[in-house]
Design a binder for this molecule. Structure first.
Ligand code: SF4
Length: 354
């Protein structure tokens, strides 16, 4: 693999010519010839991390109605932001999103900095997002390298070095290809190429503007890139969840601690989640004494680093029962307004609540 030979043969101009004809129309993207809105670019890039364009579209549009500017987002209570985010996953991103909006509103007068290094100092903005905002919103010479771009470029040069070790090599390759007159369009063109043509399975090489110089296409090995180091799958964790339903239909909820996994989100009371959890003793962890019945089956959920299996208990409670310290009753009809993560929605569905 040689960066120089790739630079000579795969050109930004052929990619940009393709992009000018086939660019995707997306709610956060400026139309050709229009200036991009940094707030929209930043918000969409944070939302798109580990989430599909299709899912993000609805969230993005609802978010903009609720928080039309970075100042509006900064002024909103964090609970409102978490609630609008619920279902997108990776909840620390929502917390950082709010923290970042506050810094931009209070320290930058509501204007995102254009410089990649200044962007990197803001909460929740890593190398990818800083590169995306700098290039797309401000046309600064920066690259945004995510999984899509890693796939395209590792195929282009048939890069044998495995990820994540190959990240600096791929970034250097992206920088060597980036045109200084259109870095924002180059970043978006790479995103579109990875999303629509150079897909993980069955890439449409015949339609690709880099079909000629692409080494993996020539070798017939495109689908085998990028190379990856074997990663360890986290151990299965077990736990129990307790769904208490009062005679007036209210359900017992509590909030998770603000930091850590699903920080600040709502949940039904439950046990810790650990590989060694013994479900036979779970009943001792119920929020109060009642006729707890274990429901048939279990709830399965896969987090980024581990799979989880929860046993679900349910009890019918008299309407006068007070909520134990740290928890609260919530009406069934208002559960959709709670910042309940997907795993908790599965638990409530399993207990025939939602
Ligand atoms: S030719 Fe095929 S493998 Fe190579 S960059 Fe294009 S779509 Fe990807």
């Amino acid at each position: 693999m040689s960066l120089i030979s790739a630079e000579e043969t795969a050109s930004a101009s052929s990619l940009l010519a393709w992009y000018d004809r086939h660019r995707r129309v997306l709610p956060w993207r400026a139309l050709a010839g229009e200036g991009a809105d940094p707030y929209r670019v930043w918000l969409s890039e944070i939302m798109l991390q580990q989430t599909t364009v299709q899912t993000v579209k609805g969230y993005f549009e609802r978010f903009l109605v609720r928080f039309p500017t970075v100042e509006a987002l900064a002024a909103a209570p964090v609970e409102a932001v978490m609630q609008a985010w619920a279902g997108l996953g990776y909840y620390s991103r929502a917390r950082n999103l709010h923290a970042c909006a506050k810094v931009v509103a209070e320290e930058y007068g509501g204007h995102f900095p254009a410089d990649e290094r200044a962007l990197l100092t803001l909460p929740g903005i890593g190398a990818y997002t800083a590169g995306a905002v700098a290039s797309i919103a401000f046309n600064e010479p920066a690259v945004a390298v995510d999984g899509n771009v890693e796939r395209v470029l590792s195929r282009l040069v048939a890069l044998e070095e495995p990820l994540p070790r190959a990240k600096p090599t791929i970034r250097a390759l992206a920088l060597s290809l980036m045109p200084h007159d259109r870095p924002g369009d180059f970043a978006q063109a790479m995103m579109d190429l990875g999303a629509t043509i150079c897909t993980p399975k069955r890439p449409a090489c015949a339609l690709c503007p880099w079909s000629g110089p692409c080494q993996a296409r020539r070798d017939g090995t495109a689908e085998t890139f990028p190379r990856k180091e074997a990663k360890k799958q986290g151990a299965l964790r077990l736990g129990a969840a307790f769904v208490a339903v009062r005679a007036d239909g209210q359900v017992l909820l509590r909030d998770r601690p603000p930091r850590g996994l699903l920080g600040g989100m709502a949940e039904v009371p439950g046990s810790e989640w650990s590989p060694a959890f013994d479900v036979t003793g779970a009943i001792a962890l119920a929020p109060f004494q009642a006729e707890w019945k274990i429901l048939p089956g279990i709830v399965r959920h896969v987090f980024t680093h581990f799979p989880l299996e929860l046993a679900v208990y349910r009890a019918e409670i008299p309407a006068i029962t007070a909520a134990p310290a740290g928890s609260r009753w919530q009406k069934r009809a208002l559960l959709h307004e709670e910042a309940l993560p997907t795993v908790m929605r599965k638990v409530l569905a399993h207990a025939a609540i939602e």
